[in-house]
Design a protein around this ligand. Structure first.
Ligand code: HEC
Ligand code: HEC
Length: 282
């Protein structure tokens, strides 16, 4: 019993210490939990206030598009994403980025039926367009609003009042090396070719010069001023496309080699007959 009392006191002391020890971590945990809840509430409040007071911040991810561009995006998302990517940023090995190519390039590529490309080939070819004029304008607007770039002037006729003769001079200087003197086109290296210019309308000729598709060089406004572009369009449309041949017989418009062959054949035949005639006389 003697050892009971102090033992009892010690055990009671121990008990109360234990209780204190047990209760203190519990209250600490409760305090920590309270702090966490309060922090969460504060964060939620701050986040809520942020979204309420800063609604424009979303615009950085998805730029605000005009109605036409939104319609264009819808068309793009069904017909072009597979090769050009979600936001036209391009897909390695499938299609290039369209950021900065401008509405002129889209109008040219889609308007001449080159895009949407049915399959990978050496060169996209001219085909009947898949989209109508309104849809083409919407697609072009979408790409324009995504990344800017060259744009065409307004209107269908881009060569009103232009100088056809000057256009002919500029054409022979800048275009005939690939498209031939008559604009009939010609072969380039590696299965590529410069196409016949007759099917192209004013806007497409302008766009080709402005954007330089594939192997064609870009003729920016400092290489060919807008009025010089108009002169070239006038020459292509008024002289070449209307099949006017100011020089007489066109010989299939194949250029100087055909002319050489023609004069050679005609000349040889004439000489043979002349010598036969002379021989017959003597
Ligand atoms: C099968 C894949 C494919 C599809 C589908 C496709 N493209 Fe392309 N696109 C290409 C490739 C490859 C090129 C580059 C080679 C070329 O110009 O022929 C290109 C080039 C272009 C260019 C020229 C870019 C420049 O540098 O000027 C434009 C504009 C374009 N595509 C628009 C479109 C639009 C708009 C659509 C949807 C209507 C579309 N493409 C659908 C593969 C594709
Ligand atoms: C280095 C060769 C080269 C020169 C120079 C050149 N082009 Fe081209 N051009 C091409 C090629 C290649 C294409 C086909 C591009 C394609 O299919 O994507 C083309 C396409 C075009 C088209 C599109 C025709 C169609 O199918 O509707 C037009 C229009 C055109 N060129 C006009 C011109 C004019 C105008 C000039 C002179 C200012 C010129 N080109 C100079 C190579 C050339």
């Amino acid at each position: 019993m003697t050892s009971d009392t102090p033992g009892g006191a010690r055990s009671r002391g121990l008990l109360s210490r234990l209780r204190r020890a047990r209760s203190s971590p519990r209250s600490k945990a409760r305090r920590r939990l309270g702090a966490a809840v309060r922090l969460l509430a504060a964060l939620t409040l701050a986040g809520g206030a942020y979204t309420v007071f800063a609604p424009g911040l979303q615009a950085q991810d998805t730029p605000q598009l005009t109605t036409a561009a939104q319609e264009g995006k819808a068309l793009f998302d069904t017909s072009c994403v597979t090769c050009h990517g979600r936001n036209a940023q391009g897909i390695e090995g499938r299609g290039p980025s369209l950021i900065g190519v401008g509405s002129a390039s889209v109008e040219f590529q889609v308007g001449t039926g080159r895009m949407p490309l049915p399959r990978q080939e050496a060169q996209a070819e001219r085909k009947p367009p898949v989209f109508n004029d309104d849809e083409i304008r919407q697609l072009a607007q979408y790409v324009q609003e995504l990344g800017g770039g060259p744009q065409l002037p307004e209107g269908e006729n881009l060569h009103q009042g232009a100088d056809v003769a000057e256009g002919g001079r500029l054409f022979r200087l800048n275009c005939s090396s690939c498209h031939s003197f008559g604009g009939g086109g010609g072969a380039l290296s590696s299965g590529k070719f410069a196409p016949n210019l007759r099917p192209a309308n004013d806007r497409q000729i302008y766009a080709a010069m402005l954007t330089g598709p594939q192997n064609m060089p870009v003729f920016g406004d400092n290489q060919l001023r807008p009025d010089q572009k108009a002169d070239i369009i006038a020459y292509v449309q008024e002289t070449l496309a209307k099949d006017r041949d100011p020089g007489g017989l066109n010989l299939g418009r194949l250029g100087p080699s055909t002319e050489g062959v023609a004069i050679f054949l005609v000349g040889i035949v004439a000489l043979v007959f002349a010598s036969l005639w002379i021989a017959g006389k003597s």
